[in-house]
Design a protein around this ligand. Sequence first.
Ligand code: SAH
Ligand code: SF4
Length: 392
Amino acid sequence: MTAPQKSELLGLDIQELTVLVQDAGEPAYRARQLFEAIYRQRVHSLEEISTLPIEFRRALAERAVTVGQPRIESQYLSSDGTIRYLIAFADGHSVETVWMPEGDGGEAGDGSEAGTEYEVPSTEYPVPSRESPSSVLGTRNSVLGTRRNRATICVSSQVGCAVDCRFCLTALLGLQRNLSAGEIVGQVAAVLDERGVALERDRINLVFMGQGEPFLNYDNFIKAVRLLAEGLGIAESRMTVSTSGIVPRIYDLGREPLRPKLAISLNASNDASRRELMPITRKWDLEQLMAAARAFPLRPRERLTFEYVLLDQVNDSVEAARELVELVRGIRAKVNLIALNPGPGIDFRTPAEERVLAFQQVLVKAGIPTFIRRPRGRDIYAACGQLKLSVA
Ligand code: SAH
Ligand code: SF4
């Protein structure tokens, strides 16, 4: 007799859970009980689902059904409070998920959280800390006290990435595989549990800006968004997805009834420069990308975000800033500037503070809300573009 195939509940939506319970000869309302237990209560095992009869739990266990929460393999604490988690899945692959207390200074739709604080970049690559975060931030239980958590979780959508942007460490991994919807949701659930978050009390934002290009794993990504919103209870207005410019999927996202806010990684002010930095520009050029951005249906008070990684002497001139103003003109948008986070194998330098501020000034004077994203967790390789499993 062959062992039953393992299956995981995390990642199943209400329709799929309904099929599962009906196959097991149980009434359909058990699907809702399972849904509540997996996503709202975030149980780790079938035994914890006390709303289900014990025989049904046993029957599921016999069919090798598990909840399927991924495991936190290791964690690194930055001096700024950022924590980089390495999260492992059943097949041995792992991705990084980052916890940033108090937001990352750029994800709030209205820009209210965005600081203009600028940290002089370090040119060294410090050894990542292996210190346990619990010694600094309190254990899971002490976080459960009365203090409110305010944080942003940066979520991965793929293991590695195929897009090959020249300034990004994740690109060096290549694409290993897509993550399932359950694995995307599982990262969030695992980090929320580890941090002792109660969503009804704490203010949590999600950014799909970790490893991978979410729009090259669109179906799993958007299913995860629905489960995070309808299951876990994180409002769609607290989620932002960032794309390198997969144009057809920008139109698709605009048609979704439930969707995060959209950020587009521009990183260059003209096609020639963008082709050098982001080879994806050969497939969809700036004209096509900006047409999709202009057509994107924004909700009242919603803004589009454009991200722009500043590379010293490459795309950070005042002339480039003026070109960027023309590109963005007429779109209800804000711009997040990210001074390059350096890494081994990346052939660019971080611009000096004056260059970053001069670039920002051009945009601000043209009336475009422009923020400088604070680097978070650079010392532990948790900052934008630094996520790469092998740097552990
Ligand atoms: N793949 C998606 C989302 C993940 S990358 C995308 O590219 O949009 C998230 C952000 O980090 C992007 O805006 C990207 O341009 C930026 N980024 C990549 N490498 C970086 C680096 N070395 N320093 C600073 N930002 C970087
Ligand atoms: Fe992929 Fe985004 Fe990195 Fe480009 S910047 S290689 S799209 S993760």
